[in-house]
Design a protein around this ligand. Structure first.
Ligand code: ADP
Ligand code: MG
Length: 620
């Protein structure tokens, strides 16, 4: 078969251009990327070999070899990993621009030149970093279980690549970099050695190079290959922990917490986990499938996110290693095995306890973490029934007793509760500003009772599922069910006819009733005790734009202490067909709609009615 020429995907072309032109001062990272690919390829074939020994072809002396060649000015990175076939090489090294590439490009363009290399590393554009140091890259690969079908891929990193059949006796991949004139330094053995130390020391497989030892050629292993998670805590320095975190999480910031422990008893395992301080880069756009790395006796098994921790903890990075798991079984069987379940629940508890400890002892840091990753804990609060109590402990909210942008927790709230208060109150809305204006807060302010101000759309689901904290019910203050018992019988009888009048005239409400929850305001709207709140309705409306749900009717609550209500009552008892009454009633209702943060149904008529009043006031 002759060589075929194929075009890179457009986005890949742009990516290549950017990598080559904005990263020239950080050329180093190409080596880390290629070694990481080689190591992944070895992990994959080793894993396959556990159940299909024949794919190993008796070649299981895992190795990544660096071969600098002065004469030809090439550097080859060779592995005996899984290899690639014609189709996979086209797919992986040329045509597929992975999801999020567009967004990544935009952020790369916007980023500080200084931050770009880290961004690239985190996104893992990996292989293409080769073109920073090479003006031509040749990849010769042979896939496991496919002895006849070697393939050669070649490109100058411009717009296209060629691909043709080739021969390769050993399974695996050789990446041959034809180094640019200004990248000759990567032929230097000392340079290569120090780069491996710097970036790839934790790589589990030996990274080797032939060196000259007194005229004899010997293979030297360049990396320490230390499985840091298996070592004793006391022997590991802060820097080592931090380095390993960078290696595994591709995060340039230090983690918020490092958790390293050994579980013994029913099941034995070692875990080294990190709680990031920032939202992991691979979670910025869309979902990442990567999670904790699972090893069984130092053999890498898998790293998908839902195996070792519940989904909402997918921001946690790290390694778990257990000798108690079955090694020679398929992924599916492993995922359902009982010991794995135990590990999972143990890890979950550990992470939640660590977060709780951070909140208790290092609140500012916890707030920083929460601002970035609190969204996942809220997700957990309505998903993880078993750990509901722990998660409730971890939630933070703004309230009428915090400054804007500052947080409190259920624990602090309960601590501040005056003796006669029995419930935890909250109000949900679009923003703190709108919530603070709500007439519903008036009685609470007067009594100095705290109200949590919830502004995240997910908060409503969270409180619905948390329901209570230490025996105190969570109660939305925009629901009916307020006690009117301290209104006198006389007031009730006097104002009831006016309530009935409101109900008759305003078709949009389910009921009109007296309340003593207001102080300065004349009226307010509340939802029926079990109905959706106003903010939930707005949320649903946004979600079902094309097919709006019928709005549920609210209850209009009327404050009999308010002078305006009292004046209306007078007017009403004198002459119940006075034409002004209906206009007043409608204006009051619209006012309540606005204060609730919703939209007036007919703004034009609202304005006309208001103008009529203004005109009268101005003597017109
Ligand atoms: P990533 O490693 O994040 O997937 P890369 O650009 O580094 O992105 O590599 C793209 C893909 O090319 C890899 O996912 C893998 O499928 C394939 N690949 C790259 N290098 C090798 C290799 N040495 N052996 C086998 N496959 C490889
Ligand atoms: Mg890679």
């Amino acid at each position: 078969m002759p060589a075929e020429t194929m075009q890179f995907k457009t986005e890949l072309k742009q990516l290549l251009h950017l990598i080559i032109h904005s990263l020239y001062s950080h050329k180093d990272i190409f080596l880390r990327e290629l070694i990481s690919n080689a190591s992944d390829a070895i992990d994959r074939v080793r894993f396959m070999g556990l159940t299909q020994a024949e794919v190993l072809e008796g070649n299981a002396d895992w190795k990544i070899k660096l071969i600098p060649d002065e004469a030809n000015r090439t550097l080859t990175i060779s592995d005996n990993g899984i290899g690639m076939s014609h189709d996979t090489i086209v797919e992986h090294l040329g045509t597929i621009a992975r999801s999020g590439t567009r967004e990544f490009l935009d952020s790369l363009k916007a980023a500080d030149a200084k931050e770009r290399p880290d961004l690239i590393g985190q996104f893992g554009v990996g292989f293409y970093a080769s073109f920073m140091v090479a003006d031509k890259v040749t990849v010769v690969s042979r896939m496991a279980g496919n002895p006849e079908d070697a393939v050669k891929w070649e490109s100058e990193g411009q717009g296209d690549f060629t691909i043709e059949p080739s021969t390769k006796p050993a399974r695996g991949t050789d990446v041959i970099l034809h180094l640019r004139e200004d990248a000759k330094e990567f032929l230097d053995q000392n340079k290569l050695h120090s780069l491996v130390k710097k970036y790839s020391d934790f790589v589990e497989h030996p990274i080797v190079m032939d060196i000259d030892d007194d005229g004899k050629k010997v293979e030297d292993t360049l990396n320490a290959r230390k499985a840091i998670w298996l070592r004793n805590k006391s022997d590991i320095s802060e820097e080592e922990y931090a380095e390993f975190y960078k290696h595994i999480a591709h995060d340039m910031h230090p983690p918020a917490r490092t958790i390293h422990y050994k579980a013994e008893g029913q099941i034995e395992f070692k875990a080294l986990l990190y709680v990031p301080a920032q939202k992991p880069f691979d979670m910025m756009w869309g979902e990442s499938k990567k999670g904790l790395h699972l090893y069984i006796q130092r053999v890498f098994i898998l790293d998908d996110c839902e195996t070792l921790l519940p989904k909402y903890l997918r921001f946690v990075r790290g390694v778990v290693d257990s000798p108690d798991l079955p090694l020679n079984v398929s992924r599916e069987i492993l995922q359902q095995s009982a010991p794995l379940e135990k590990i999972r629940s143990n890890l979950t508890t550990k992470v939640l306890n660590t977060l709780e400890e951070m909140k208790r002892t290092d609140f500012d840091k916890y707030v920083g973490f929460y601002n970035e990753l609190g969204v996942f804990l809220r997700e957990g609060a309505y998903q993880d029934f078993e750990n509901k109590k722990k998660l409730a402990e971890l939630l933070l909210f703004e309230s009428t007793k915090t400054d804007a942008g500052k947080f409190t927790s259920f624990a602090d709230y309960v601590e501040r509760m005056p003796g006669e208060q029995t419930e935890i109150y909250y109000l949900v809305g679009d923003s703190r500003e709108v919530l603070e204006q709500s007439p519903l807060l008036e009685t609470f302010k007067a009594k100095s009772w705290e109200v949590l101000l919830l502004t995240d759309p997910a908060d409503e689901f969270v409180v619905d599922s948390v329901q209570e904290y230490k025996g105190k019910h969570l109660k939305a203050i925009d629901r009916a069910g307020v006690d009117t018992s301290n209104l006198s019988e006389e007031t009730k009888t006097r104002f009831q006819p006016l309530c009935d009048y409101f109900k008759e005239k305003i078709a949009d409400i389910a009921d009109a009733r007296l309340t003593n929850r207001l102080k300065e305001s004349a009226v307010c709207l509340v939802a029926d005790e079990h109905a959706m709140s106003a903010s939930m309705e707005r949320l649903m409306a946004r979600m079902h734009r094309d097919k709006p749900l019928p709005a549920s009717k609210r209850i209009l609550e009327i404050n009999p202490e308010h002078p305006l209500v009292q004046a209306m009552e007078k007017l009403f008892s004198n002459d119940r067909i006075d034409a002004r009454l209906e206009k007043h009633a409608r204006l009051l209702y619209d006012q309540a709609v606005i204060l609730e943060g919703s939209k007036v149904k007919d703004p034009l008529t609202f304005a006309q009615r208001l103008n009529e009043l203004l005109l009268r006031d101005a003597g017109g």
